[in-house]
Design a protein around this ligand. Structure first.
Ligand SMILES: Nc1nc2c(ncn2[C@@H]2O[C@H](COP(=O)(O)OP(=O)(O)OP(=O)(O)O)[C@@H](O)[C@H]2O)c(=O)[nH]1
Ligand SMILES: [Mg+2]
Length: 276
């Protein structure tokens, strides 16, 4: 339970009491399963792709440039609570609206490779849209969050996703996440999940129900999302057209070689691309 405590009621500062974040959740050796196979366009990804595994086993150490996940959705749906539960293992029942954007960075070890994920937690306020929309670009993952106790927030999910897709490539990973599952009784939960999975299927997104309050499914969701982002990043790296064509500094993909082997960068890139 909470390991940070607010310094005072109106402050944004948390006092660190102890650190109970389970960093074991950042170590991923197998592809974590989907929440509901039916409501996942990535359901076939029960394992990392063979090419990904082979690349991770055989190739000199590499570091994939940080990937970007944006969290969007109606106001007060629980975006910040979800992010804070995973990143800091805290839950605050007081509502403090996000102003514009908050950024977190998480490091994972996946198949023995370092992988960083930037988590962009945006505000759901319409009046701040002009600011938040400018941060949507170059996302690798779009997470649309809705409140399971608020059906309107679920109906609005499509609009949020469409807005994010306008400025992103079609291959972006898509998730629909229902929060506050702890507030629903069993029957309402089943009913809301069944509505939400239909919408997720329609949107081509993977569906998850979570609770930032109890922590239920939070780590499972983040691990699945990150593993899929890693898999997609390595796959993309092995596509010669994509890999060589990206200019340095592009947030979508960058490869840094940690081992100097005397070859020039392009040759080294081609040696990676030969894996199949
Ligand atoms: N019971 C319960 N309450 C939650 C959960 N997640 C969030 N809340 C509460 O819902 C309220 C809004 O949560 P936030 O995480 O601030 O929502 P948000 O989507 O970041 O809101 P904006 O930044 O304004 O867009 C807060 O009072 C939280 O405590 C949950 O899983 N269970
Ligand atoms: Mg917020």
């Amino acid at each position: 339970m909470p390991i940070y405590k607010k310094s005072c009621k109106k402050s944004n500062n948390y006092k660190l009491l102890d650190n109970h974040v389970d960093y074991g959740t950042r170590q991923i050796d197998h592809m974590p399963p989907a929440y509901c196979v039916r409501a996942s366009p990535y359901a076939t990804a029960e394992q990392f792709a063979e090419r990904t595994k082979r690349a991770c086993e055989n190739v000199a150490s590499f570091y994939l440039c940080t990937r970007k996940a944006i969290f969007i959705g109606d106001v007060s749906t629980g975006k910040s609570s979800l992010v804070n539960r995973f990143c800091h293992e805290v839950f605050d029942s007081d509502y403090r609206s996000t102003i514009g954007l908050e950024l977190e960075s998480e490091k994972f070890h996946i198949l023995n490779h370092l992988f960083s994920l930037q988590i962009w937690d945006t505000s759901g306020h319409e009046r701040l849209k002009c600011i938040t929309e400018s941060y949507y670009r170059n996302a690798n993952v779009v997470v649309v969050v809705f409140d399971m106790t608020n059906s309107q927030s679920l109906r609005n999910a499509r609009k949020w996703l469409e807005e994010a897709l306008i400025v992103n490539h079609s291959g972006v990973l898509k998730f629909l996440v229902g929060t506050k599952m702890d507030l629903l009784d069993k029957q309402s939960l089943v009913q809301r999940e069944s509505e939400a999975t239909e919408i997720a299927i329609d949107l081509g997104a993977e569906y998850w129900s979570v609770s930032a309050q109890t922590g239920e499914n939070v780590a499972r969701f983040f691990r699945r999302m990150t593993a899929l982002a890693f898999d997609a990043a390595v796959q993309r790296l092995m596509d010669p057209n994509n890999a060589i064509g990206y200019p340095s500094g592009n947030s979508l993909l960058n490869l840094y070689y940690l081992k100097e082997d005397g070859k020039d960068r392009r040759n080294r890139m081609s040696s990676i691309c030969r894996i199949n």
